[in-house]
Design a protein around this ligand. Structure first.
Ligand code: HEC
Ligand code: HEC
Length: 166
């Protein structure tokens, strides 16, 4: 009799163990609904709107050749953006640690006179990294290479349209 009870309780234990293990397997097998993704054509990716198998040649453009003050200033896009250089810069490069022709012409006392070099603004004399809020005597190092922010005007049409209005 004692032996029979032992065998029965062992069988009962086994049954409990097997049902508790079976539960998660049953849940994992439930079907998962996935949205069917629409394939995206390569022409719809990126800004160039061409196939990745095409090598588009951008339209030819002419670099600005005018001397400073010869042509009227272009309209500013935004007061916060670096204004476009309206004149040729080839003769004024390279900018080195000891030579900067942009500074030679543009570091002048204001106010701005029409046709004369636009004075370098006060913001360019502040070293935001090492002495923020303090105007230095010289153009700050981070502003030294003018052409890293100020690009020359060209007749190149915009590669991508923009609806931005300042
Ligand atoms: C020989 C003097 C001279 C040199 C050198 C020179 N500029 Fe100019 N720059 C001018 C004059 C003059 C203007 C035109 C101002 C006007 O028409 O009212 C001008 C205009 C500009 C403007 C437009 C400012 C505005 O008010 O919209 C920028 C930006 C500029 N220059 C940047 C540069 C940079 C960068 C360099 C160096 C690569 C440089 N300039 C070298 C004389 C010079
Ligand atoms: C880190 C980017 C940066 C560099 C480098 C830089 N500029 Fe600018 N510049 C700007 C921005 C942004 C503005 C417009 C906001 C302002 O006036 O600070 C500006 C404005 C100007 C203006 C117009 C000032 C006015 O009265 O409207 C002149 C002129 C100018 N910069 C000349 C220069 C010259 C010359 C150099 C090199 C010695 C230079 N910048 C280097 C970003 C830069």
């Amino acid at each position: 009799m004692r032996h029979l009870i032992q065998v029965l309780s062992f069988v009962a234990l086994l049954a409990v163990a097997s049902t508790s293990r079976a539960a998660p397997t049953a849940r994992a097998a439930a079907p998962v609904a996935r949205p069917i993704a629409r394939p995206i054509a390569d022409r719809e990716l990126g800004l160039s709107r061409t196939s990745v198998f095409e090598i588009p040649s951008p339209p030819a453009y002419h670099a600005e050749e005018s001397a400073p003050g010869d042509r009227p200033l272009p309209k500013r896009v935004n007061a916060e953006a670096p204004p476009v250089v309206p004149h040729a810069v080839a003769d004024f490069l390279p900018i080195t640690t000891t030579q900067n022709m942009c500074v030679d012409c543009h570091v002048v006392a204001g106010p701005k006179q029409k046709g004369e070099p636009t004075p370098v603004p006060a913001s360019h004399f502040v070293d935001q990294r090492h002495a923020p809020g303090k105007a230095g005597a010289k153009v700050a190092g981070a502003r030294w290479v003018c052409i890293s922010c100020h690009v020359t005007r060209t007749d190149a049409p915009p590669a991508v349209g923009s609806t931005f209005r300042p």
